[in-house]
Write a protein that binds this ligand. Structure first.
Ligand code: PLP
Length: 288
């Protein structure tokens, strides 16, 4: 039976409850993190938790990384058998907690933060890495882009917009025609042998996977530039890919009507993905 962590203990997931007065439910306040557990090893746990703690602090509530770490690892381990030992997606949701509805808007906080962790088996369509993904452009960005906030409307609407147009992902763009990020991914392009990705200061989430790919590229001696990436640069790139925790490095082979490179996953994309997998194995082995 699947277990969920709710405010300090594991409970059967189907019986897990949060208050109707929770500020996350009422106001969309809170942060979330999506981790990938390789078996029972949660990759880059500290980097994800650091982002959650910083995001919560920006939203005005405190989270304790050590307690969150226990919650995430306990949930991943508790569900390992239910997941048949497969890799899983672990989701942490943390909100400022309940509000007192009788106090003025937005309602005085009552008690401490709400912390919920769930997990489910990871399913990745093999076509994602074999054939690559397609994307469409949307002319908007996320609110508070460096916070992985519970309120994710700009991203979810963008993804539905992409699906309705037959694309896999939506790329958010700024008014100057620069690509910022995907609805749930970061964007990289290969231009004349240089790996280019927009900087967090452009207004995007500094993805944990993005950070690992930058480390892998630097270790392999690949020239890297963090700079604005125009739509024209991306469309004319030799290769492009998206990064996200659950699906790692995903080749991007089409944007709108434009084919990227020869329309197939490129060699640098593949070698950076291999380097990423090596890093996952290295971390899982050294932490045991
Ligand atoms: C908007 C957005 N950008 C980037 C990412 C990639 O972040 P990470 O590599 O930490 O999963 C995500 C992940 O969900 C996201 O939602």
């Amino acid at each position: 039976m699947l277990q969920a962590w709710v405010d300090g203990e594991l409970v059967p997931a189907g019986e897990a409850r949060v208050s109707v007065y929770d500020r996350g439910f009422r106001l969309g306040e809170g942060v979330f993190e999506t981790f990938r557990a390789y078996g029972d090893h949660v990759f880059r746990l500290a980097a994800h938790l650091d982002r959650a703690v910083r995001g919560a602090s920006f939203l005005g509530f405190g989270l304790d990384a050590a307690s969150l770490s226990r919650a995430v690892t306990a949930t991943a381990s508790a569900n390992l058998t239910a997941h048949d030992g497969r890799d899983s997606v672990v989701r942490l949701t943390a909100t400022p907690g309940r509000l007192d509805p009788e106090t003025p808007f937005p309602g005085r906080a009552v008690g401490g933060p709400t912390v919920v962790v769930t997990s489910h088996p990871l399913v990745v369509d093999p076509e994602v890495h074999r054939d690559g993904l397609t994307a469409t452009l949307v002319p908007w960005a996320r609110e508070l882009p460096d916070v992985k906030a519970v309120s994710y409307l700009a991203a979810t609407v963008a993804r539905e917009h992409a699906r309705a147009r037959g694309a896999d992902e939506a790329l958010l763009t700024d008014p100057d025609g620069n690509v910022l990020e995907g609805s749930s991914s970061n964007v990289f392009a290969v231009l004349d042998g240089t790996l280019v990705t927009p900087p967090p200061s452009a207004g995007l989430l500094a993805g944990v996977t993005r950070g690992v790919v930058l480390e892998v590229a630097a270790g392999a001696g690949v020239p890297v530039e963090e700079r604005p990436l125009s739509v024209a640069d991306l469309s004319g790139a030799d290769e492009a890919f998206l990064t996200a925790t659950t699906r790692e490095v995903m080749p991007l082979v089409r944007v709108g009507d434009d084919r990227i490179g020869d329309g197939h996953p490129g060699p640098l994309t593949r070698s950076l993905h291999e380097g990423y997998r090596d890093e996952v194995r290295r971390e899982a082995t050294t932490r045991r």
